[in-house]
Design a protein around this ligand. Structure first.
Ligand SMILES: NC(=O)c1ccc[n+]([C@@H]2O[C@H](COP(=O)([O-])OP(=O)(O)OC[C@H]3O[C@@H](n4cnc5c(N)ncnc54)[C@H](OP(=O)(O)O)[C@@H]3O)[C@@H](O)[C@H]2O)c1
Length: 273
């Protein structure tokens, strides 16, 4: 093992990290990566089973983690999540606000309901704001003061997306919320950035591709091929590759990166931005 590898493995020693949506996909990969690099990890999600499986996986590998059942759209749950984190591990150093849902109905916006709008906005956008609200309060009052926050946006949030307008609007809003928070708190020691995800192979992406194919096996292959052809990398990303970018944003190596929206998408958006 080289000295660099030793340092890499210690990057988050003695740190405490909260990962919302840490039981699946990008959040799960990030929770595992944080733990591998020494952090004590709090996994927040609604369903206990996959969350507890992730905790077990971390513990079996010698790491430290716990699960706090949380619906990120509920203020009381998010306040409780941060309180439990501090009770259990003493402080909060890194927060990855990553939980989200896709639009339930795939349709142009004039055909969508107020209920669809409220559901998507309350989880994706309000959930990120609530996360930051309680995380920032904790980071400002703890000693030593400060911390790092990363919020998950999407390539859809860089422009828009037909048939997914509410989801895209929330993901654009997350970039604005992140930049606003970055300016409001950077000089008080809280560093905030957005992670803008392209296509990563997770249950959310698989579900979106299944829905777009309408249950047809051949159509499903065409949908997936279309995604692959849109990336310069010629493939869909592995959630572990997303985790690497998030950990870098949370690490001291990115200490001068503030209010950034880091696009990690295999080149998908590179031709039009
Ligand atoms: N995968 C992609 O290609 C892609 C592309 C662009 C952006 N993203 C973004 O990346 C993030 C992670 O997505 P993913 O693909 O990894 O999705 P995923 O595998 O479906 O995981 C979603 C996670 O969020 C949790 N969650 C959902 N609603 C929640 C709520 N109300 N409160 C608390 N937790 C909730 C889920 O657990 P429970 O259901 O148990 O609550 C699960 O742990 C999302 O912000 C997504 O928009 C993904």
């Amino acid at each position: 093992m080289t000295p660099l590898e030793v340092n890499q493995m210690d990057r988050f020693a003695n740190k405490v990290a909260v990962v919302t949506g840490g039981s699946s996909g990008i959040g799960r990969a990030t929770a595992l990566a944080f733990a591998r690099e020494g952090a004590r990890v709090v996994i927040a999600a609604r369903r206990p089973k996959p969350a507890l499986e992730t905790v077990k996986e971390i513990e079996n590998a010698g790491g430290t983690a716990c699960f706090v059942q949380t619906d990120v759209s509920k203020s009381g749950d998010v306040e409780h999540l941060i309180a439990r984190t501090v009770e259990t591990y003493g402080r909060l150093d890194c927060a990855f606000n990553n939980a989200a849902r896709t639009d339930e109905t795939i349709a142009p916006m004039a055909d969508l309901s107020e209920e669809d709008f409220d559901k998507t906005v309350s989880v994706n956008l309000k959930g990120v704001w609530l996360g930051m609200k309680y995380q920032i309060r904790q980071m400002l009052k703890q000693k030593p003061k400060g911390g790092v926050i990363v919020n998950t946006s999407s390539g859809n949030g860089l422009g828009g997306c037909p048939q997914a307008s509410f989801y895209s609007a929330t993901k654009a809003g997350i970039i604005a919320l992140s930049k606003s928070a970055a300016w409001e708190y950077a000089q008080e020691g809280v560093r905030v950035n957005a992670f803008v995800a392209g296509a990563f192979r997770t249950p959310m992406l698989e579900g979106s591709m299944d829905r777009a194919a309408g249950g047809d096996h051949e159509a499903r292959k065409v949908v997936e091929d279309r995604w692959i052809k849109m990336t310069a990398a010629g493939r869909i990303g592995d959630p572990a590759e997303a985790a690497e970018a998030v950990l870098w944003l949370c690490s001291d190596a990115s200490s001068y990166v503030v209010g950034h929206s880091l696009i990690v998408d295999g080149g998908l958006s590179s031709l039009w931005r």
